[in-house]
Design a protein around this ligand. Sequence first.
Ligand code: SF4
Length: 452
Amino acid sequence: MTRVAFATLGCRLNQVDSQQLQAALEARGFSTVPFGDAADVVVVNTCTVTARAEVSDRQAIRRARRSNPDARVVVTGCWAQTSAEEVARQPGVDLIVGNADKDRLPRLLEALLQAPRGPARIEVGDVRAATSVPLAELASLAASARVAATALGRSRAFVKVQDGCQHRCAFCVVPQARGPSRSVRPERVVEDVRRLVESGRPEITLTGVDLGHYGADLAPRTSLAALLCVLTEIRGLRWLRLSSMLPAYFTEEFLDVVTSAPAIAPHFHVPLQSGSDRMLRAMRRPYRAATYRRVVERLVDAFGVMGLGADVIAGFPGETEADAAETEALIDALPFSYLHVFPYSDRRGTEATTRSQHVDRATVARRAARLRALGAAKAAAFRRRLLGRAEDVIVLETRDRPSGALVGLTGHYVEVAFDGPDALMRQVARVRVTSAAAPVRGELVSMDAAVA
Ligand code: SF4
């Protein structure tokens, strides 16, 4: 059996792509081994969102080659899409497959294994012309019970419903790497989610790059709100979680749906980037700070306690101390449960690289450190709010290494370690939070928590 290992860098969407590729390869008879183990093929699924991400891509390729000198090394993902020639110059790369061509990867790989060794082959099409969601076919395959057990999480599954982005934020390379917004047809999403829930996954996360744009490209046109109305009716689904979504998409219709369906997880990741309107305009973000605040306040009114995450950029060109202070004040005022802080770095081909007034590195690092400290304080305050509360959790399939305890994930996206039998894994349980210090601890209240 041909052994394949994966190294996946970057966002959740890339991880979902890897899971789907893994499922497709397993369906063709490959067996998956951990990255670093002996393998015949190593697939490195790259990211290009920051300069640091590309450093990690290069390290992963080097490690793939070092740990398996005789294996074929395949590089795919966003860095492969935007910088194929540069990837080809990395020693030991055999095949480069762009994002638009990811669904051809299993066939390309099989051909590669039959061919004698040669220079790196590049299979990178124009993703700007893409009209469908790559790997949607493979997603359906992955949702079928036979291969899903290995390739997808056993208790939680991720379903890609959309790819690409309609926006042109000044700092972002993603539209070049993933192309325009495209959606998976709702019938297919519903069928895949139904199959995944029926095969024992009580939690599904819908992922996309520009998730709120879901359905606008389809004929007939539809929307994420309409999709959620159908999905939340699926029996056995405890949590339907949404990946990152711009505040501008939280329309009244959408808010009505997410605040009224019990299966929607009380956890939203709403990228902020800056709390200064001057900076949001400079970044070409399609919202202002007041919109962001309004959306969060409306969600908090409905949910009370809810997980809230955001991405924030420190030191975008032109950012002054006053802008940075506005960002910190907005974050301080809202109940974030975690923050992802990105020190600004130039991405080739983006508008922001051409801007004057780049902030010096030391200042960027200082502002990023302040934001990280603020994020840590907000996360600790959030955990304290959970103390004493009984929460439904999805019990994950692996135990906490140091303590041996079970690990349950709350709807708010907080892991709670608690004692209990293996039989609880992949089930919904109710747990009371007894200690809010990280890692959060709890005790089992009941094993048969309600399923929506
Ligand atoms: S919304 Fe902006 S930041 Fe997000 S992927 Fe699209 S272009 Fe990039």
